[in-house]
Design a protein around this ligand. Sequence first.
Ligand SMILES: Nc1ncnc2c1ncn2[C@@H]1O[C@H](COP(=O)(O)OP(=O)(O)OP(=O)(O)O)[C@@H](O)[C@H]1O
Ligand SMILES: [Mg+2]
Length: 325
Amino acid sequence: MTPNGPPLLSVEHLHIAFPLGGWPKRRTLHAVRDVSFNVARGSIVALVGESGSGKSTIGRAIARLQAARSGAIRLDGVDVLQTEPRAASIAYRRRVQLIFQDPFASLNPVHPIGHPIARALLLQDRATPQTVAAQVERVLESVGLTPAADMAARFPYALSGGQRQRAAIARALAVEPDLIVADEPTSMLDVSIRMDVLALFRRIRDEGSRSVVLITHDLASARIVADRVVVLYAGQVMEDGPAESVLSHPQHPYSQLLAAAAQRGGGLREPLPAHPGAPEVIDPGPGCPFAPRCLKATATCQSTPPPTVSVRSDHLVRCHLAESA
Ligand SMILES: Nc1ncnc2c1ncn2[C@@H]1O[C@H](COP(=O)(O)OP(=O)(O)OP(=O)(O)O)[C@@H](O)[C@H]1O
Ligand SMILES: [Mg+2]
């Protein structure tokens, strides 16, 4: 699918840093560095990368739950980092919903799961006290939580992990947002339910002009639903392009390792055939963040920031070794 027109969401040169303790010098963790990507209307963009690559931090920033040091996050052209947070929050939440990585932490244990859905519908003027119960049931049915009347009255502790995750998805869907940021929404689901939830995201995209940012470890999920894939390492974009192009013809050595691991069925949970190490986000060197682990790295990769190279139509790679189209 090739959606046209200006993007719904545009992340531009986003930099998010966390001050850390330390002595004699206080240190800073750079969780997200110079990240840019677009989300077209009616599309699904997958953010993929290893643990600690900054995916959730970017998702929280898009949902306005995380401040940024610099950069812009434009929704329909308006930089949400520059708007007053409180005044706009209900209106913003109508348009952008975050599904948290940990559904247990995000569902309030003292309320049955129908409660936050009803509350969101009423707060956003999408239901009246007369219609709200039926609407809650419809939303729960749409994510396969049936019988819906019984499910609506259940407390989070009485649901399985997968059911809880679907309850969190239902709550986000209830207000029919323009953009859903879904942080690992299928990580606790077994394969058949995972396919159902991915199909649900596809339906959301296809039915309207709604968009999804899908944060995932799992390249197989990205392949099933994503229109674009953005590969992150140590808080930086390594590769960004149409899903088919990135997944079938990965150009960055890091994406190539991820794609090969996914083909073997191991996903990101198995060690990559790279030099051992972890993303360095506290004292990143001057060069490519992946260089210390890259089997193909040269002296230049270690010492010089990589250029952004256009390798195919609409497909960018940040690598000294990439050849431009
Ligand atoms: N509030 C915080 N204070 C300090 N460091 C933080 C904070 N939030 C995140 N980080 C750090 O930022 C980096 C990116 O974290 P983030 O949660 O975005 O990674 P992730 O890609 O979502 O990883 P995972 O796949 O494990 O969920 C990590 O090194 C993390 O420890
Ligand atoms: Mg995360």
